[in-house]
Design a binder for this molecule. Structure first.
Ligand code: NAI
Ligand code: MG
Length: 337
């Protein structure tokens, strides 16, 4: 049976890395049908809307989207499209794996850490941000709820179980932020009791930063609130060599959007220098989500082997290839697998 997904190529390098990704998905014979829709600057220019209704409708209909990076214009009062999408579809879980690839310029080898970040509440609320009239006092609200904390922690444990992961670390700052972070931590402790098969520990966020840099191997899955997760997942991406290899999934009960963590890279757009791997790894996670785990694994293996052999890879990985030659090398490996 074929499955239709919404495909949003996006801005800047988006269309280039999306082309490479679709070529690989086709080589895997996934039986996917692509409903191409637009968002970002390209949509604003063509259709007068950063996030056209047709795009929202396509995501709602197909429930799964693969999304390239989107440029949100600075100034003009535009809300980030990514934030809008998270809110609209209540995509409460932001799942960001950081996995080492041999042959990259990373500080560590064999890192494999997944950050599960709460994506809808915490310190990133749109409402309640105020600045006093004299400009001297700025305030914002941090709001964590029992429901929001429980569903993200439960998501992390269920994900850990399904992926055979062994340990979950709940990251917090409950010693200072006694109510907001305290609620999250208490809920995490409660939920952890239901999952005796998975080791659970808790760690304060500042110490976590140090521990990640000093001894990242102690971490398996990290679950945390919005702001801490945003920062820690970038730190984890840094451990494995940067954003070029960092995929992200935004998952809710009604929809899931898979994307690269990096942006539209206007400095290299149109030059065919963009590394497509982050979006490809997001596509592999999407295949897992669609119960095509074996195909996801084949895609990851092809990426791993191609990078390891430095076969036609892009300049950021030390190669002389282009986005297209990189895709050629990947497609050959996928077909041979
Ligand atoms: P960026 O991630 O686009 O670029 C940062 C640096 O990394 C640049 O030097 C770029 O050339 C390089 N880079 C990024 N992706 C790469 C790839 N696949 N291969 C090789 N090099 C790559 O971040 P920046 O410059 O801060 O943001 C540019 C635009 O992207 C902004 O408009 C921002 O709003 C948007 N953005 C969108 C995101 C999304 O849609 N998920 C996430 C982050 C930023
Ligand atoms: Mg971020």
């Amino acid at each position: 049976m074929s499955k239709t997904i919404a495909v949003i190529p996006g801005d800047g390098i988006g269309p280039e890395i999306m082309d490479a990704t679709i070529r690989c998905l086709d080589a895997l014979d996934c039986g996917l049908v692509y409903d191409y829709v637009e968002a970002g600057m390209v949509a604003l220019d063509k259709l007068g809307d950063l996030l056209p209704e047709a795009t929202v409708d396509a995501i709602a209909k197909h429930k799964v989207a693969l999304k390239g990076p989107l440029t949100t214009p600075i100034g003009g009062g535009f809300t980030s499209i990514n934030v809008t999408l998270r809110r609209k579809f209540d995509l409460y879980a932001n799942v960001r794996p950081a996995i080492s690839f041999p042959g990259t310029k990373a500080r560590y080898e064999n890192i494999d850490i997944i950050t599960v970040r709460e994506n809808t509440e915490g310190a990133y609320l749109a409402e309640g941000q105020t600045l006093s009239e004299d400009g001297q006092v700025a305030q914002s609200i941090i709001r964590n709820t029992r429901k929001g904390s429980e569903r993200i922690v439960r998501y992390a444990f269920e994900m850990a179980r399904s992926k055979g992961r062994k340990k979950i670390t709940a990251v917090h700052k409950a010693n200072i932020m006694k109510t907001s972070s305290g609620l999250f931590l208490n809920v995490a402790r409660e939920v952890a009791k239901e999952y005796a098969d998975i080791e659970f520990n808790e760690m304060i966020v500042d110490n976590t930063c140090m521990q990640l840099v000093m001894n990242p191997y102690q971490f398996d899955v990290i679950v945390t609130t919005n702001l801490f997760g945003d920062i820690l997942s970038d730190l984890c991406a840094g451990l494995v060599g940067g954003l070029g290899l960092a995929p992200g999934a935004n998952i809710g009960a009604e929809a899931a959007i898979f994307e690269a963590v990096h942006g539209s890279a206007p400095d290299i757009a149109g030059q065919k220098k963009a590394n497509p791997c982050a979006l490809l790894l997001a596509a592999a996670d999407m295949l897992d989500h669609l119960d095509m785990v074996a195909k996801g694994t084949r895609l990851r293996n092809a990426i791993r082997e191609t990078i390891d052999a430095r076969d036609r890879v892009t300049p950021d990985l030390g190669g002389k290839g282009t986005t297209d030659t990189f895709a050629d090398a990947l497609v050959e490996r996928i077909r041979a697998s």
